[in-house]
Design a protein around this ligand. Structure first.
Ligand code: NDP
Length: 446
């Protein structure tokens, strides 16, 4: 019996009509695997596919805390434990005022497929809170993290759920969360990744998503027969993913022309230098500054309210947030002969933008494949924690590279296409789907 994909889609739309981000992710997944299901009888258990688009569990909790001015504050915490078929729940925490259940469900669903694609045994989850670290000082951030951990610690453990960082959650916040969780459990539980080295972290975890994205782009360029040296790249965002992607791109000889934040874009006509990047890292990671401040220091242009996509480039790397690259941005990139779009962020391109890239021969890498470097090094951090041992940087780097190459090959394997470069969007969805399906099938119905 063929699978009733349209039936599953309309049921989801009926049940979750207001969860637009979640529906965007599940629509895209179901459309991309539809032909594969028609051709492969062995993947036609409709019950498994219906369960695969429903989260295992959603935890939703109050985070009340007292700030350093003795004022009581109230936030909402969430954790969507989406799918555990392949292993422990794994995925980041996001602290941002815009979060809601739809965003966490989409992120957790994408994470499930992403973690499957890595080849590691990891389930998928995502969570966080409607807390804006930008509104608070360090002492308040610590207080909030401790309140979050005290309401959430019993759900995290090496064998159940191992969160990491995401937007608004960097090494500092992970230190507070992991530290307080361990205090409450009175043990070293290894229940977070993204820790600094002194707290049993791994080399290269903070760099991993950005570096991994560039290792993925290197494979795409190899297949296009292009040398990275001298190619121009526009990056959006100026956080963890964006700045380490920028670092690796410069190392590979590319010219990175833009970085941005929600205020606007800063343009480095001749490409960002190592020295400039060092200053920007300090500005963003230590002083929590804005990219507009680059104009105080360097001879660069800042365009308020603009994005990175109006400026011609060979490679576009959206590394900020979901749905930041719209149909009209895709049209501009295409008319400027952009070769590659590789997602550093999760679902930064709208469905219309992705369709335009695929229809116009732009080599497109979906985030669930190209940004999987972060979770891959998290998996390595978990292994090192269990071994109570720390691997050298060079070993972690070569394992990261190997994993990204394997993800690329998996996407190519399933991404057959009528045009001359593989459809990685299709390949990533099918590649992620296959492992989760087999694990769910072999575990039985529950
Ligand atoms: P950060 O919080 O470190 O940085 C996010 C950056 O994006 C900030 O510079 C922020 O600017 C900017 N930004 C947010 N909204 C917009 C917008 N509308 N236009 C332009 N810039 C914007 O987060 P990360 O770098 O960790 O995460 C970025 C993306 O990568 C997210 O989609 C995340 O889910 C994904 N990701 C992260 C991983 C990780 O390991 N950290 C792993 C895999 C994916 P502002 O300060 O103005 O808000």
């Amino acid at each position: 019996m063929p699978i009733d994909v349209d039936g599953i889609l309309s049921e989801l739309h009926e049940k979750y009509e207001n969860q637009t981000e979640f529906l965007q992710a599940t629509d895209s997944f179901l459309f991309k695997i539809r032909d594969f299901l028609k051709e492969h009888e062995e993947f036609r258990d409709e019950g498994i596919i219906r369960r695969m688009v429903e989260p295992d569990r959603i935890i939703d909790f109050r985070v009340s805390w007292v700030d350093s001015d003795n004022k009581e504050r109230l936030n909402r915490g969430y954790r969507v434990q989406f799918n555990k078929a392949l292993g422990v729940y794994k995925g980041g925490l996001r602290f941002h005022p815009s979060v809601n259940l739809s965003v966490f469900k989409f992120l957790a669903f994408e994470q499930t497929l992403k973690n499957s694609l890595t080849g590691f045994n990891l389930g998928g989850a995502k969570g966080g809170a409607d807390f804006n670290p930008r509104d608070y000082n360090d002492s308040d951030i610590m207080r909030f993290c401790q309140a979050f951990a005290s309401n959430f610690y019993f759900y995290t453990n090496y064998n159940t759920d191992v969160p990491a960082g995401d937007i608004g959650v960097g090494t500092k916040e992970i230190g507070y969360l992991a530290g307080y969780t361990d205090k409450l459990k009175n043990s070293f539980s290894g229940s977070y990744t993204g820790k600094v080295m002194e707290l049993a972290g791994s080399h290269l975890r903070k760099e991993a998503t950005g570096y991994g994205c560039l290792y993925f782009v290197a494979q795409m360029l190899k297949d296009l027969g292009r040398d990275p040296k001298g190619l121009t790249m526009n990056i959006s965002g100026s956080g963890n993913v964006a700045l380490y992607a920028c670092e690796k791109a410069i190392e590979m000889g590319m010219k990175v022309r833009t970085l941005s934040d929600s205020g606007g874009v800063v343009v480095f006509e001749d490409g960002i230098t190592d020295k400039q990047l060092k200053w920007i890292k300090e500005l963003k990671f230590e002083k929590r500054g804005r990219v507009s401040e680059c104009t105080d220091k360097f001879d660069v242009e800042y365009h308020e309210g603009k994005k990175s996509w109006d400026i011609p480039c060979d490679i576009a790397l959206p590394c900020a947030t979901e749905n930041e690259l719209l149909k009209e941005d895709a049209e501009t990139l295409i008319s400027n002969d952009c070769l590659i779009v590789a997602e550093g962020a999760n679902m930064p391109c709208t469905s219309e933008a992705v369709d335009l890239f695929l229809d116009n021969g732009v080599f497109y890498a979906p985030g669930k494949a190209s940004n999987a470097g972060g979770v891959s090094v998290s998996a390595l951090e978990m292994t090192q924690n269990q071994l109570r041992y720390s691997w050298e940087k060079s070993k972690v780097d070569s394992l990261l590279k190997k994993t990204m190459n394997e993800i690329y090959d998996r996407c190519k394997k399933y991404g057959g296409s009528s045009w001359d470069v593989p459809n990685l969007a299709k390949g990533a969805n099918i590649g992620g789907f296959v492992r989760v399906y087999v694990a769910m099938r072999d575990q039985g119905v529950f």
